[in-house]
Design a protein around this ligand. Structure first.
Ligand code: SF4
Ligand code: SF4
Length: 465
């Protein structure tokens, strides 16, 4: 980007030269963007904690039951048979994320990512409330263990673990449903030890992340963060320092004339002190930056106090800073947009044509055909039916476009709600209707006269008639 020294890229801001963890005591941010992020985070938390309680026709609005492979989105149940829909939806989401990142950088990290929301807007706020701002936190950290330190650290421990325990319960509710969580809790979690142990483990994992691991999750674990290097380009909008306007930086001198003309950056380090990942944004876009905007607020406040225009640190692209260029629609953006539109169209088409009942028919293995006493020919089939609805449905099978009869072996088929059923049946046909050894037939699946699905299969005969 500029003539700035690139040495900072050789190491991570939170690791010392000896390889130890450098603890970040981030100063509490304040300002317009922090206030806006606080409002967004409250709405986000409201949605996060409210969704598991919302039901549609007795089912959760959202559920991601990996154990039973049952997924509910907006009250619609998706089965493993809908896996292709899931794959297309994931692909669409990934292309959207890439396109969004190419244009808007890590906006998602700062405003929507659950890790940032919980870390900066829940746990960090609790920490400020109990231990005070960065300076007080540092003093407490360096102090010997005394009554104040025991009380504050104890209160922080219980608050952090309590919230981690609550969050773990809500994540569990997204997996098995809030009804099951409430039932387990009323029956005593020790009576559901298989659920209780993972719950405690996850609570401790959340606790460890927010108590100790913190920004390291974004810097060294998050795959999205690691991919920034390939997704961002000079046209991407990121939290950026305007080095054209800011350099050469230097402290303001009140009474003496500056020796040389200085830029707008007064080298106050306010932007560095608020950074939760411990970086200096003036070094340029960095992997560690989660676009939390705290440095924008901090710098704007300083600029206002020295009567200079705000926006020395702002949302801007490298092209905007270096050449005052506005966002350009590049071939890369066009290509991603075309792929995204195509995927969204495919996804919609698949969703609209998705069947409530899905049938799979297979000829019984190892059997060719049987000759009935009346001379007709029969083939034996297995049918698997998936009922994705919440209704019980009696099922009738009919041949479509072919003469013949279908005889179900055993009881008539009744599909239970949201479940799979199996049945065995014969297709019996007259010899004159079977011209070949292998004949294509179509079987319709009906319930109360309504066709739910149809399946093509083969009917084997002696041939040559
Ligand atoms: S550089 Fe600024 S936007 Fe990036 S993480 Fe630090 S404070 Fe947040
Ligand atoms: S807050 Fe603004 S003026 Fe102060 S060091 Fe950072 S960029 Fe420079």
């Amino acid at each position: 980007m500029s003539e700035l020294n690139d040495e900072f890229r050789d190491s991570i801001g939170t690791i010392t030269a000896e390889g130890d963890r450098k603890w970040i005591f981030a100063k509490k941010p304040f300002g317009k963007l922090y206030n806006a992020r606080t409002i967004v985070s409250y709405l986000y938390l409201l949605v996060f904690f409210a969704l598991p309680w919302i039901k549609v026709n007795g089912e959760p609005l959202f559920m991601f039951n990996l154990i039973e492979r049952k997924f509910i989105l907006f009250g619609t149940i998706f089965w493993p048979q809908d896996f292709f829909l899931f794959v297309i939806a994931m692909l669409t989401f990934m292309v959207f994320v890439v396109l969004f990142t190419v244009v808007f950088g890590r906006l998602f990290c700062g405003w929507i990512c659950p890790q940032t929301i919980f870390m900066e807007m829940v746990f960090r706020k609790i920490e400020y409330w109990i231990e005070g701002d960065a300076e007080k936190q540092k003093r407490l950290n360096d102090a010997e263990w005394n009554k104040e330190k025991v009380l504050k650290r104890g209160a922080k421990f219980f608050a952090f673990f309590g919230f981690s325990f609550i969050i773990a319960h809500y994540f569990l509710a997204y997996i098995i449903g809030m009804d099951a969580v409430v039932q387990y809790m009323s029956e005593g979690l020790v009576n559901h030890i298989g659920t209780f142990i993972p719950l405690v483990v996850f609570s401790f994992v959340f606790f460890a992340v927010y108590w100790r691991f913190r920004e390291q999750a974004c810097i060294i674990v998050c795959p999205y963060g690691r991919l920034q290097g390939v997704m961002l380009d000079p046209n991407s909008i990121v939290v950026a320092y305007d080095y054209v306007r800011g350099e050469p930086r230097g402290k303001m001198k009140r009474h003496a004339e500056p020796e040389k003309k200085l830029g707008d950056c007064i080298d106050c380090m306010a932007c560095v002190k608020v950074c939760p990942t411990g970086i200096d944004i003036r070094n340029g876009t960095q992997l560690e930056c989660v676009n939390c905007t705290a440095c924008i607020d901090a710098c704007d406040h300083i600029m206002e106090s020295v009567h200079k225009p705000t926006g020395l640190i702002r949302y801007a692209s490298e092209n905007n800073i270096a050449r005052s260029e506005k966002l350009k629609v590049t071939p890369r953006i066009i290509a991603y947009s075309v792929v995204l539109v195509a995927l969204v169209a495919v996804l919609f088409a698949l969703m609209l044509t998705r069947k409530d009942v899905q049938a799979t028919v297979m000829r019984a293995q190892g059997m060719l055909f049987q000759k009935q006493e009346d001379g007709r020919i029969s083939n034996l089939y297995n049918i698997k039916l998936i009922n994705k609805t919440r209704n019980t449905m009696p099922v009738e099978l009919k041949l479509i476009g072919t003469n013949g009869e279908i005889q179900v072996v055993g009881k008539s088929i009744v599909m239970q709600p949201e479940s799979a059923s199996d049945a065995v049946f014969f297709v019996i046909m007259d010899k004159q209707d079977i011209p070949h050894r292998k004949n294509k037939i179509e079987i319709g699946v009906y319930s109360k006269g309504e066709k739910l699905d149809d399946v093509n299969t083969n009917f084997m005969g002696p041939g040559g008639h």
